[in-house]
Design a protein around this ligand. Structure first.
Ligand SMILES: Cc1ncc(COP(=O)(O)O)c(C=O)c1O
Length: 365
């Protein structure tokens, strides 16, 4: 016999896209997949080498990770995010896994309310429902009349590419700290700012050095083309991180030692991040121009790995129209009802595939 605890979970959205992949494959064997947003460029050699050098790993890794990893991350967070040197740091197997587990790791449950963005990466809701929380989708948690235990922020946003301003983050942090709300900020696209500079919740301009209740989630999947390594980091309020470490020690989920060494190499190097960003900049410009000429309006998209586009019609119609050209994109409805008229277009295709997408769009005008 099984329980019905998972009954509230939505259907896995990507399954609904399969028929459109079939249409796109009819156009050509070379379907251009701009849907999932999985990196296609190589993992930097320096990361591969660090992983290989650490591959003799007979012993268990610790849950807290190697000292070099937290020291390197703290250094990176200080220079890149403007964080204080006092942050707590905990490595994680992937940031999706961390997002899905965080309400549970914080000990939240059926009496708690979780706020997620109105248009959001689906795992925020899933993690809340999995732990039995009530999940409310709003961008203005401070206007709710009922108490809130935890808020997810996501800037730059997946899917919209919107960036939360310094002033907005300051307001949310003051409100959260006043009302004892954990503010978790998913910043996994932090280094991909195009028309706006992303600001971290750990930035001392945001929190004045008071990290109470503040947690940031970072990922190397997109920054360093390491999605296959599954590496994320939780950082922020040292007391909260210490408590989560205590729970994680019981649950396991330690990050493999060689992955940690790969992560150290990735966080110590900025050159590969700059090079990757330039690749995405060129792909973004090409796709933005072609989609606009094709009749899409590009909204938000100031940062991050996606273009957020609309033809002012139902997203499934747009998905179908692009599938006819052999191009697969994601319907906005995967991210919330409010996004019914949008599609999300990932920048994660090779230069050749992007050039092909541009020529198909241009010929399709
Ligand atoms: C907003 C957001 N958070 C977290 C993740 C998870 O990334 P990963 O688990 O590869 O670190 C993704 C992946 O697409 C994402 O878009």
């Amino acid at each position: 016999m099984t329980g019905d605890r998972w009954a509230q979970l939505p259907d896995f959205p990507w399954d609904a896209l399969v028929p459109f992949a079939e249409i796109a494959l009819k156009y050509s064997d070379e379907m251009i997949d701009l849907s999932v947003g999985t990196p296609v460029d190589s993992t930097p050699l320096l990361v591969q080498q660090a992983l290989a050098q650490a591959s003799d790993a007979p012993g268990y890794p610790t849950t807290a990770g190697i000292a070099q990893l937290s020291a390197t991350f703290i250094d990176w967070a200080r220079t890149t995010l403007g964080a204080p040197g006092t942050i707590g740091v905990l490595p994680s197997i992937g940031s999706k896994e961390l997002v899905a587990a965080l309400p549970n790791l914080l000990g939240l449950g059926i009496h708690d309310r979780l706020v997620i963005p109105e248009v959001a990466y689906p795992t925020y809701q899933v993690g809340g429902l999995a732990a039995g929380l009530e999940v409310v989708a709003t961008d203005s948690p401070e206007l709710l009349s009922t108490p809130v235990s935890m808020v997810w922020l996501n800037s730059p946003s997946n899917p919209t590419g919107e960036v939360l301003s310094l002033a907005r983050l300051q307001d949310l942090v003051s409100w959260g700290q006043l009302h004892d709300v954990v503010i978790a900020s998913d910043e996994c696209y932090f280094e991909l700012g195009w028309e706006a500079e992303p600001v971290s919740i750990l930035d001392q301009r945001v929190n004045g050095g008071n990290l109470t209740g503040l947690l940031a989630v970072h990922s190397l999947s997109k920054r360093s083309n390491m999605a296959g390594y599954r590496f994320g980091t939780l950082a922020g309020d040292p007391e909260l991180v210490r408590r989560i470490l205590g729970i994680r020690k019981h649950l396991g989920m330690m990050v493999p030692t060689f992955v940690q060494y790969g992560a150290v190499a990735a966080y110590q190097d900025v050159q590969h991040v700059r090079e990757q960003k330039e690749r995405y900049r060129a792909r973004r410009a090409a796709l933005k121009g072609a989609l606009s000429a094709f009749g899409f309006e590009i909204c938000h998209s100031q940062a991050g790995l996606y273009l957020w586009a609309t033809q002012n019609k139902d997203c499934w119609e747009s998905v179908a129209g692009l599938a006819e050209l052999g191009i697969l994109v994601t319907p906005g409805v995967f991210y919330g009802e409010k996004a019914q008229k949008f599609v999300r277009v990932a920048l994660t295709a090779s230069d050749l595939a992007v050039a092909q997408a541009v020529s198909r769009l241009t010929a399709g005008v």
